[in-house]
Design a protein around this ligand. Structure first.
Ligand code: CUA
Length: 344
């Protein structure tokens, strides 16, 4: 795009080249600003599509009104005041200043309110249900899928494409807000209250989610991902998540890592289903390495990411409740990392 703008502008006369490049840059920011996993203007969900349409209607309507007002202002300035007809002026003020805004704002309000029932429709309540709880500063995600045991994960939602899934939203200590711009609108998560939202993705892909309410030191580091899958891929993922944690091979560094994990008391805060670790303060780690990211979308869920989380988390996420393990010798860090890496 930038290349195209420069090529086209090179042919423009020297005096108009700056204006041409300016227009090109504006077009570039417009075109690229609308894409990406966090974009509400690149919708991948039914609700987000309606919100994006509403946005474009408002921008177009607002733009037209702005042009009309500017036109009238220029007209009024350019015309000598002696030629003005008082009666016409009064009609213009009443028509343009009272009647027009009343009609336009009423129409916009009616249209906006008419979208509400659809946006608030939770979808079928007898199928897949997800509960997301805002913690400091991460997302506890609980799945209830008919035909099997519930399970928990963190900072990642997986959804089947084309199905409306109700999401229950709660918080423990402080107000957060759940927002996946490409899929739906946002809604607050308030301690002591149950809010609800539904996600209905229209295409597969990975979409970004963020906390949209200032909630303390690491608010800006409270992100998550929504992975939208084909229904059969989603069912396979559910089966894998329901399974207990993989056990490391006896005598391997990962087996040593599991012993260290227990000895250091990690299980007091974290659950690893199928082992003695049953803590519920921190994220469930049963299948932590099957996720795309860890630390609320801070690092990849691979060896390097897991290792860095153990030692650098105070820098990575200020205010986090988990203690840093940078005092451990390298051998022990490597063993714990190997154990976590095996939790797929
Ligand atoms: Cu949670 Cu901001």
């Amino acid at each position: 795009m930038l290349y195209a703008a420069r090529t086209v502008c090179a042919r423009a006369p020297r005096s108009r080249r700056a204006a041409c490049l300016g227009l090109g840059a504006a077009a570039l920011s417009w075109a690229t600003g609308c894409e990406g996993p966090f974009s509400a203007l690149d919708p991948a969900g039914k609700d987000a599509e309606q919100i994006a349409t509403l946005f474009y209607v408002m921008v177009a309507g607002g733009g037209l009104i702005w042009l009309a007002v500017m036109g009238l202002a220029i007209y009024a300035l350019a015309r000598p005041s002696a030629t003005r007809d008082r009666k016409k002026i009064r009609m213009l003020v009443v028509g343009g200043g009272v009647a027009f805004p009343t009609v336009v704002l009423t129409a916009l309000l009616t249209h906006g309110l008419s979208l509400m029932p659809e946006l608030l429709d939770p979808g079928p309540m007898d199928g897949l249900k997800i509960r997301v709880i805002g913690e400091q500063w991460w997302w506890r995600v609980q799945y209830e899928v008919p035909g099997g045991a519930p399970f928990e994960l963190a900072n990642e939602l997986r959804l089947p494409v084309g199905r409306r899934t109700p999401i229950g939203l709660e918080a423990t200590e402080i107000i957060h807000a759940f927002w996946v711009p490409a899929l739906a609108g946002k809604i607050d998560m308030i301690p002591g209250r149950k809010n609800r939202l539904a996600l209905e993705p229209t295409r597969t892909g990975v979409f970004g989610g963020a906390c949209a309410e200032y909630c303390g030191l690491s608010h800006a580091k409270m992100l998550f991902e929504v992975v939208v899958l084909e229904p059969d891929e989603f069912d396979a993922w559910v089966e894998a998540q329901r399974a207990p944690a993989a056990r490391p091979q006896a005598g391997s560094p990962a087996a040593n890592g599991e012993l260290l994990f227990q000895a250091l008391g990690c299980g007091a805060c974290h659950t690893v289903r199928g082992t003695e670790a049953t803590g519920t303060i921190g994220p469930d780690l049963t299948h932590v390495a099957s996720r795309r990211r860890i630390g609320a979308n801070l690092l990849d869920a691979d060896r390097a990411g897991l290792r860095r989380w153990l030692t650098d988390l105070k820098q990575l996420k200020p205010g986090v409740h988990m203690p840093s393990f940078d005092m451990l010798p390298e051998r022990e860090l490597a063993a714990i990392t190997a154990y976590l890496e095996g939790l797929r």
